[in-house]
Design a protein around this ligand. Structure first.
Ligand SMILES: C[S@@+](CC[C@H](N)C(=O)[O-])C[C@H]1O[C@@H](n2cnc3c(N)ncnc32)[C@H](O)[C@@H]1O
Ligand SMILES: *[C@@H]1O[C@H](CO)[C@@H](O)[C@H](O)[C@H]1NC(C)=O
Ligand SMILES: *[C@@H]1O[C@H](CO)[C@@H](O)[C@H](O)[C@H]1NC(C)=O
Ligand SMILES: *[C@@H]1O[C@H](CO)[C@@H](O)[C@H](O)[C@H]1NC(C)=O
Length: 258
């Protein structure tokens, strides 16, 4: 009797164990069978990036124009809002002045050593604000240098919109800019550089790729690839990591001769 009871209880346990395994088996089978449906539903989920903003993209998704500019006037006003700030202008022309000139001089000296810039280059700095980069060029011997910005700062910087440069075709041997991210129309920004450079002329850009630029930026760049595509009439000279006031990449192009 005791023995019988023992066997029956063992039987009972084995049965419980079996049914558990069966349940588990069907659970995994159904999980496996529902996988394609799950993946299908996942693919129907709208892409987060493209639905939360009405971003315009140039060259895939690697260069995105920021939404929220209701008009060109509105974009310009936003740029001016910072550039015209009297307190900031005071800081840029005092505390920041020598510090920035020193860093710009080092970058330009390197370009000189690589024969991409020389004392007799006619040079333009785009979006130069108060013109520390122009002053740096002049100090290292590139005396025919000028900057453009929405707000002039004579004699270093004259008034000009980089989407419509106030210069004739083929004017410059060298152009520098660290404000690509402020372009609402990147293709126009680049086309204007290629227009005003002479054939064989050099353009050096400092851009931010791994880090988002400031809140006054009009676009976000996630790779150098879109930039290389935009410079249709130029060849890539070099691309290197730098540390330039929050900008991490130097990209240099040479306009093709023909
Ligand atoms: C981040 S600041 C850079 C200033 C300067 N390059 C420097 O490193 O100190 C961007 C500058 O681009 C100028 N800017 C923005 N949009 C512009 C446009 N469409 N044409 C010309 N300059 C523009 C702004 O006025 C501002 O001075
Ligand atoms: C410019 O700044 C002022 C004050 O900081 C603000 O009231 C105004 O809305 C700003 N305008 C734009 C176009 O951002
Ligand atoms: C370029 O100008 C700088 C500064 O005036 C001068 O020291 C340097 O010798 C010049 N370089 C050449 C190659 O003339
Ligand atoms: C200047 O260059 C642009 C773009 O390359 C071209 O369309 C235009 O015809 C040129 N203008 C002159 C006066 O050569």
């Amino acid at each position: 009797m005791q023995r019988e009871m023992k066997t029956s209880s063992t039987h009972h346990q084995i049965n419980k164990h079996r049914s558990f395994i069966i349940i588990l088996k069907y659970f995994f089978i159904s999980l496996f069978l529902s996988l394609p449906l799950f993946l299908f539903l996942l693919s129907l989920q709208p892409n987060h990036r493209t639905t939360t903003t009405t971003t315009t993209t140039v060259s895939g998704d690697l260069l995105r124009i920021r939404p929220g500019y209701s008009s060109y006037e509105n974009y310009i006003q936003r740029q001016l809002n910072k550039t015209l700030n009297p307190k900031l202008r005071q800081i840029w022309t005092t505390r920041d002045w020598e510090r920035k000139i020193k860093v710009f001089s080092q970058f330009f000296d390197q370009l000189k050593r690589q024969n991409l810039l020389s004392n007799d280059s006619k040079a333009l700095c785009i979006g130069a604000r108060v013109g520390q980069e122009v002053e740096a060029l002049r100090r290292i011997g590139v005396s025919d240098s000028v900057g453009i910005d929405l707000v002039p700062y004579p004699p270093l910087v004259v008034k000009g919109d980089f989407h419509n440069q106030p210069f004739r075709n083929g004017t410059f041997d060298f152009e520098f800019s660290n404000v690509f991210d402020h372009a609402l129309f990147p293709e126009k920004f680049v086309a204007e550089i290629e227009r005003t450079l002479r054939p064989g002329g050099v353009c050096a850009l400092h851009v931010s790729i791994s880090k988002r630029a400031d809140k006054y930026s009009a676009n976000d760049l996630y790779s150098s690839e879109p930039l290389v595509k935009l410079f249709k009439g130029s060849d890539l000279v070099h691309l290197k990591k730098i540390d330039g006031f929050g900008l991490d990449t130097e990209v240099v192009f040479r306009k093709r001769e023909n």
